[in-house]
Unconditional design. Structure first.
Length: 108
């Protein structure tokens, strides 16, 4: 699923936000309104992923109810810091990959 997300998102055509924009928003100083937009984008992508997984019946991200939106944001920022080569891709696909790597589901 991760490979598919990156393949589908290799082009930023039709994308509202890329990883470059997401990284800029998420690394803004605390209190800056950009941080709120970052949290909204990360939370929205995370919720979208959960909804898709619920419909499809599979899961690539397994977070507990104790994982906060701030933690998810931190995971995404770390991923973007560690992988600047993917910042031209879709922000939503980057959130998917970052969360999948940080919170993988147990193998059956």
């Amino acid at each position: 699923m991760i490979g598919l997300a990156l393949t589908l998102a290799a082009s930023s055509m039709g994308t509202f936000y890329t990883g470059n924009k997401l990284y800029k928003l998420c690394t803004a100083p605390p209190g800056d309104s950009d941080v709120g937009l970052c949290l909204g984008l990360v939370g929205g992508a995370s919720d979208m992923l959960a909804a898709i997984q619920g419909i499809a019946g599979g899961s690539s991200v397994c977070t507990s109810s104790n994982v906060t939106l701030g933690q998810e944001k931190d995971v995404v920022v770390k991923y973007l810091s560690d992988h600047p080569e993917v910042r031209d891709r879709s922000a939503a696909s980057i959130v998917l990959v970052a969360l999948s790597q940080a919170f993988p589901c147990p193998k059956a």
